[in-house]
Design a protein around this ligand. Sequence first.
Ligand code: PMT
Length: 398
Amino acid sequence: MAVSGGIAAYKSAELVRLLRKQGAKVRVVMTRSAMQFVSPLTFQALSGNPVHSELLDADEENSMGHINLVRWADVLVIAPATANTLAKCSHGLADDLLSTLYLAATCPVYVAPAMNQAMWHKTVTQENIQKLKSHGVIIIGPEQGDQACGETGFGRMSEPLAICNRLMDETPTRCLSGLKVLISAGPTREPLDPVRYITNRSSGKMGYALANAALKAGAKVTLVSGPVMLSPPVNADLISVETAAQMHAAIIGKAPAHDIYIGAAAVADYSPMITEQGKIKKQDDQTTLTLTLQKTRDILAEVAQLVNRPFTVGFAAETHDLEQYAKDKLTRKNLDMIAANWVGRDLGGFDSEQNALQVFWKNGQKNLAMTDKNQLAEQLISLIAERREYERGNKNTA
Ligand code: PMT
């Protein structure tokens, strides 16, 4: 929370209290003029953290410099935001800690303006507000009413409870904060010769949506991807592979250092026994061609067997007996969870924008209804976080 210098600063003290009551961790930054209205000690006591005010403070730079401070935050809320603060932020000035934090922020930014009603209505203030909105800043209030200066009109900072509720409603729960998640996505290509391969219809959309959802939930994500036509999620470590054997090597090497593994890739179950060095020629006297395939290594089952295994989530893609096959894979491969989807019908699955999942775990299940793969991925990520927490709780109390 960044507090600038207005009489509404006293309301921000209550906002800190309410946010903490909701379980939020709060760090407060104050401008010099804010400190004329409310003592930093008030915010320190309410937030339980030291208050930051100097841009160039040797001690703070050593421990938590301004960049670290804003990196730490899921949300930056500027309350109250004076006309001067709005002007600085909308023009990209960075001459104190608050404005520098704003400029460095990559998280959602909420601004609760508070000022005299004439200042609020001034064209330049309204232009600054429009500019900030166009930059993605979310403006809360101001409200109409009596003002400290004795005037009446728009300019009162929104009530702390309203700001708190808005923040709690709109801030995604960072249910995987601090965790490392390894995800496989897309198809594999098993070469027959230098120009031909065996593959499947996976587009990678489900796995990439899961990577994005895990990032949004606060995880550090490694994505091992077969060949797809998708842009890699920003901030994920991408490892591009082609064959099932390459995917196996990448995943088995990385899995022990991760907390969660999600196998969304459609890995080939069989690959050609021999990859011809030259192009396989058509023979005039042969009407059929027999290929000998060999089983690939089951990456998912091997991850589940690792000594320090991550929480292991498989997928099951089936054209019939979905539940029966999924439950069989859950037990046989010793998984923590399995997400089963219909494929080969007009029911989502391969290469579609939408999908539906039946998720199974030991003694439980949940159906995630047909929806856009991004939304579905968010639902599955929350479920994975919830189940992992539950199982860890059980292990710790056992
Ligand atoms: O990529 P999209 O177009 O968005 O489509 C999404 C999807 C349908 C590919 C995805 O939702 C999905 O179901 N992925 C798993 C596909 C699959 O290979 O299912 P399976 O039932 O054959 O395999 C079961 C599990 O074992 C999977 O987690 C798979 O990654 C894993 N496996 C399979 C073979 C192998 N050699 N190693 C493995 O790890």
